[in-house]
Write a protein that binds this ligand. Structure first.
Ligand SMILES: *[C@@H]1O[C@H](CO)[C@@H](O)[C@H](O)[C@H]1NC(C)=O
Ligand SMILES: *[C@@H]1O[C@H](CO)[C@@H](O)[C@H](O)[C@H]1NC(C)=O
Ligand SMILES: *[C@@H]1O[C@H](CO)[C@@H](O)[C@H](O)[C@H]1NC(C)=O
Ligand SMILES: *[C@@H]1O[C@H](CO)[C@@H](O)[C@H](O)[C@H]1NC(C)=O
Ligand SMILES: *[C@@H]1O[C@H](CO)[C@@H](O)[C@H](O)[C@H]1NC(C)=O
Ligand SMILES: *[C@@H]1O[C@H](CO)[C@@H](O)[C@H](O)[C@H]1NC(C)=O
Ligand SMILES: *[C@@H]1O[C@H](CO)[C@@H](O)[C@H](O)[C@H]1NC(C)=O
Ligand SMILES: *[C@@H]1O[C@H](CO)[C@@H](O)[C@H](O)[C@H]1NC(C)=O
Ligand SMILES: *[C@@H]1O[C@H](CO)[C@@H](O)[C@H](O)[C@H]1NC(C)=O
Length: 896
């Protein structure tokens, strides 16, 4: 956008549209999937900037005084409008006209008073209307046209009558809420407007009801549910209520908190002609239930007696409840339960008896509950110190599947205590005071048991057979049971091959064997937190680290928090391919082995909080962080240097993983200049600048190695380099001599030899000169040097005039100082200057190379092999030697 004017015009507009797309309108409303949430914005007008296609608008908790239909015209697709908690005092019929799709209209907590007859005329699709907590006054028939209405709430409106209309209407109403009004009398004529209605729920709670006129409930088409909670009925009004309900379709009656302290045999008599199925009598301070009080309720399936004070449950108190399935007696019984009290309840499946007080579980307390599946007996002040093999004998014929005995101060389980429960699947013995050696026979007979909860008991000493009688077990909870010694063989869990969950946390366990979990291939969750396992993973542990997680191939979640670990063997998690959640928090880990997480390909959540981790390096965490959904590394003493955390910080910048506390609990500890600053704020850009330094490092390292190589090469092969260097220099500088023809030299070779070898030289070379085919001419000092010329000059001159130079190398030559210092030196000089490969070494003795070098600065390697000749030891080879010498003499002298 080059035009600045266009830019400043378009910028706010584009900003606005982006905001709508991202879900925030200018007015502050949140928009998501055609739903606009404009609540709690102190709005005084209906926002006009919402998308026209919204279907739901929440404009509750604002300061609207009106709902002007014109301002809603734009949002004609609305099916849901919540305008509750405003100050709206007036409605207009056009509202529904402009919102023809409206199904839900909420106007609770406003100041609506008058409801003109035509007010909802056009709300033909309305299903739910909430007018609660207003001050409405019903005169004629404001709801008459709401033919589709299901739910109508007029609670908390100071209504003194149930009369919402003068003629039959609301034929589809299912729920009518009239609680918290001022209705004291239920009159037949006040309910006749519902004469064609089947009410599932009629809520009259918290009304000062005192009178039920004859036939009042019969005025309603069908009444299925009636809620009269917090109505001060007492016994007399309850009885009257029930007689008015006689013959109705009542199905569910709630009489909670109605001050029904005594149930007489007559109280519910009126209900005998109903099919009442659900009855709530909770919170009534009920203390006495007369015998046979419930015989009228032959269809009752659910009875809630929670929160009462029944002091004595007589054997006939529950008489008649033969189809009851669910009985809630939580905090209902205070003193005594007679034997056979429940034997009427042949069909009872659920019995909840928590928080009760009775002296003991007697021999026939539960007799007859043959269909019981679920029994909860938590927190009962009962003398249940010891669970004997007789305690639950009254449930011998039941098919109990669930038994909860938590918080009963149980101290001891006897042999066969649960042998009655062939079908029991879940047994909860948690939070008791059991202190005993578990020999295994305590659980005998529990042939279907899947889960035993034993956590929070005093002291359970495990043995190898503790669970041998229940091999079906899937879940075993042994948290904080003081079983600190598990150093047993075989393991107490050896029989539990189907175990999927094992919790042995908070036991201060220090000693376990490598095979504690052997064979538990189905184990998915293992809780080992708050123990003392640190030693097992130490390098220095006698016998090496104990790899107790070996073989747990299906492990899904592992908790090792708070075990004092500071070392971890690199194979600790090997084979845990399914592990998804790993908690290593609150330990002393600092450095973790690079391959530690190698097998954890499924890990989604990793907790390492509160350790001593200073650096988070890619070699350790790179692979495992890739799939992570959640990471907790908070409260570690991070070392905020490039080497330690730069990779971590760059990962944090791009990861999608959830990292709680990143903005508060990931702080640098070192170096001091960053102490207590956020890890996230660590600037990693200087770390990237270390790249040139790295390059520099590489270059300098290369240079140095090359230098060292050269030095070594020079040391070992320096002579050769020097030699060829000199040869090359001479060549470049033009000393290169044209390979002169043989005839240009006076001699074929100049022979350098020690004086002492004079005789050998004369004998052999002169004989060669005589050979007519070759006809070589040698320069021999003794013979060819002209008299009168100094030996020095003669030597120089002769060498120049010779094509080749033969060194007769003997021990004598090495010792002959004249030869050494001058002749050899000069000969080499000559060879170099003329860039000639003109030297022939003739060894009469076996001279090692180092001696040769030491004495003459020559090495065999300087010369072509054809120019190095050894005088043969055997006579028959002498001819071959001569042949070689001839070849050498004939060879070209050019350096190639
Ligand atoms: C309704 O919209 C008109 C303009 O269309 C505006 O002037 C008025 O303030 C709005 N009233 C409310 C209560 O939203
Ligand atoms: C509703 O309108 C918004 C923009 O005004 C648009 O992004 C969205 O796709 C529309 N939704 C439907 C269901 O048409
Ligand atoms: C209940 O009715 C009986 C007589 O039917 C009466 O004696 C008693 O006082 C009434 N109780 C209450 C609380 O009104
Ligand atoms: C009770 O249920 C039976 C069978 O379901 C039915 O025939 C009878 O009419 C019902 N009684 C009342 C009062 O609704
Ligand atoms: C219960 O235990 C006692 C011994 O304590 C034994 O004599 C009796 O046979 C056991 N009863 C059952 C049903 O196992
Ligand atoms: C169990 O059922 C048998 C046979 O029906 C019966 O004799 C016995 O008394 C019953 N026991 C209990 C405790 O209900
Ligand atoms: C047993 O009851 C206690 C207390 O009501 C509850 O916390 C616990 O979850 C129950 N046990 C089971 C297995 O449902
Ligand atoms: C459990 O074992 C410990 C030591 O191993 C012992 O002191 C304690 O008495 C045992 N407790 C029971 C109930 O067997
Ligand atoms: C473990 O479970 C399988 C299948 O659920 C069952 O067949 C097997 O008998 C069980 N093993 C034990 C030892 O109970």
């Amino acid at each position: 956008m080059k035009d600045p004017v266009a830019y400043w015009v378009c910028f706010p507009v584009s900003l606005l549209t982006t905001c709508i797309l991202c879900g925030l309108a200018e007015s502050g409303c949140k928009i998501k999937n055609e739903v606009a949430d404009c609540s709690h914005l102190k709005l005084t007008e209906i926002p006009s900037d919402l998308p026209a296609n919204i279907t739901a608008l929440d404009i509750s908790h604002n300061q609207l005084k009106k709902l002007p239909p014109a301002n809603l015209t734009k949002y004609s697709q609305l099916t849901y409008l919540d305008a509750g908690f405003n100050s709206i005092s007036k409605l207009q019929p056009e509202l529904c006209q402009n919102l023809p799709q409206l199904k839900v209209l909420k106007l609770q907590r406003n100041q609506l008073h008058q409801l003109p007859d035509n007010i909802f005329t056009y709300c033909t699709k309305l299903v739910e209307l909430n007018l609660g907590s207003n001050i409405i006054e019903i005169k004629n028939d404001p709801f008459r046209n709401l033919k589709t209405l299901n739910i109508l709430d007029v609670s908390h409106n100071r209504l003194s009558s149930t009369k919402l209309g003068s003629q039959q209407q609301l034929e589809n109403l299912q729920e009518l809420v009239m609680s918290e009004n001022k209705i004291s009398v239920l009159k037949k004529e006040d309910l006749e407007f519902l004469s064609n209605t089947s009410l599932k729920t009629f809520d009259l709670s918290s009304n000062p009801l005192e009178e039920f006129h004859a036939g009042c409930f019969h005025a309603i088409g069908n009444l299925y549910g009636l809620i009269l909670d917090r109505v001060q009925l007492g016994h007399n009004h309850t009885e009257k209520l029930c007689s008015e309900l006689a013959g109705t379709t009542i199905w569910n009656l709630s009489l909670s908190h109605v001050q029904l302290s005594h149930i007489f045999k007559s109280t519910f008599r009126g209900l005998r002609t109903t099919n009442i199925t659900v009855l709530n009598l909770s919170k009534n301070d009920l203390s006495v239930i007369d015998d046979d009080s419930f015989i009228w309720l032959t269809h009752l399936e659910e009875l809630n007696l929670e929160n009462n004070k029944i002091s004595h449950l007589f054997s006939n108190s529950l008489h008649g409840l033969s189809v009851l399935k669910y009985l809630n007696l939580r905090r209902a019984l205070t003193r005594k339960i007679d034997d056979f009290s429940f034997h009427w309840l042949k069909n009872l499946k659920y019995l909840i008896m928590d928080d009760n007080s009775f002296p003991e579980i007697t021999a026939n307390m539960f007799t007859g509950l043959d269909n019981l599946r679920y029994l909860s007996l938590c927190s009962c002040t009962t003398n249940l110190k010891t669970v004997r093999n007789t305690t639950f004998s009254s449930l011998a014929n039941s098919t109990l599947q669930f038994l909860n005995l938590t918080k009963n101060k149980i101290g001891n389980l006897e042999t066969g205590a649960f042998s009655w429960f062939q079908h029991l699947k879940i047994l909860d013995l948690g939070i008791n005071e059991i202190s005993q050696m578990l020999k295994g026979d305590e659980f005998q007979g529990l042939n279907s048991i899947e889960m035993i909860y034993l956590s929070y008991n005093k002291r359970l000493n495990l043995t190898s057979d503790s669970f041998a009688s229940i091999p079906n077990l899937r879940k075993l909870m042994l948290r904080r049971v003081g079983c600190s010694s598990l150093d047993l063989s075989p393991s107490p869990f050896h029989a539990l091959l189907n175990l999927t969950i094992l919790d042995i946390s908070n036991n201060n366990i220090a000693n376990i064997r490598e095979d504690l979990f052997a064979g538990l291939h189905k184990l998915e969750i293992l809780d080992l937190e708050h123990n003392n396992l640190a030693r097992l993973w130490k390098h220095g542990n006698p016998g090496g680290p104990v790899l107790f997680l070996k073989g747990l191939i299906n492990l899904y979640a592992l908790n090792l928090e708070s075990n004092g670990f500071d070392e971890i063997p690199k194979q600790a998690f090997n084979g845990l391919h399914q592990l998804t959640n790993l908690n290593l928090g609150i330990n002393n880990f600092d450095l973790l082995p690079a391959s530690l997480f190698h097998d954890l390909v499924s890990l989604k959540s990793l907790v390492l909080q509160k350790n001593l981790i200073t650096s988070v390096e890619e070699v350790v965490f790179g692979a495992v962080f890739k799939n992570l959904k959640e990471l907790d590394m908070a409260l570690n003493p991070f070392d905020c240097t490039c080497e330690s955390i730069s990779w971590f910080v760059s990962w944090l910048n791009v990861t999608q993983a959830d990292i709680p506390g990143l903005e508060s609990h990931y702080l640098c500890n070192t170096p001091s200049k960053y102490h207590s600053s956020l890890v996230m704020d660590f600037d990693i850009s200087p770390c990237k600048d270390s790249a040139p330094f790295q390059l520099l490092y590489i270059i300098s390292a290369t240079v140095i190695s090359f230098f060292i190589f050269v030095v070594i090469l020079i040391h070992l092969e320096g002579w050769r380099i020097k030699f060829y260097w000199n040869v090359s220099v001479n060549r470049v500088l033009g000393y290169r001599e044209i390979d002169r023809q043989r005839e240009q030299f006076d001699y074929d070779a100049y022979v350098i030899h020690a004086r002492k070898d004079k005789n050998w030289v004369s004998k052999n070379f002169i004989s060669l000169e005589g050979d007519d085919q070759a006809a070589f001419t040698f320069c021999l000092e003794e013979r060819d040097f002209e008299a009168g010329i100094s030996e020095f000059e003669a030597t120089v001159d002769s060498i120049r005039r010779s094509r080749k130079i033969i060194f007769v190398v003997t021990e004598n030559l090495l010792k002959d100082s004249w030869c050494k210092r001058f002749k050899v030196h000069h000969a080499i000089q000559q060879a170099i200057e003329q860039s000639r490969d003109s030297i022939i070494l003739l060894f009469l003795h076996d001279i090692p190379d180092y001696k040769l070098n030491h004495a003459l600065y020559l090495r065999r390697g300087m010369f072509k092999t054809c120019c190095i000749l050894d005088w043969p030891a055997q006579k028959e080879r002498v001819n071959a030697f001569y042949q070689q010498l001839k070849l050498a003499l004939k060879s070209s002298s050019n350096v190639h």
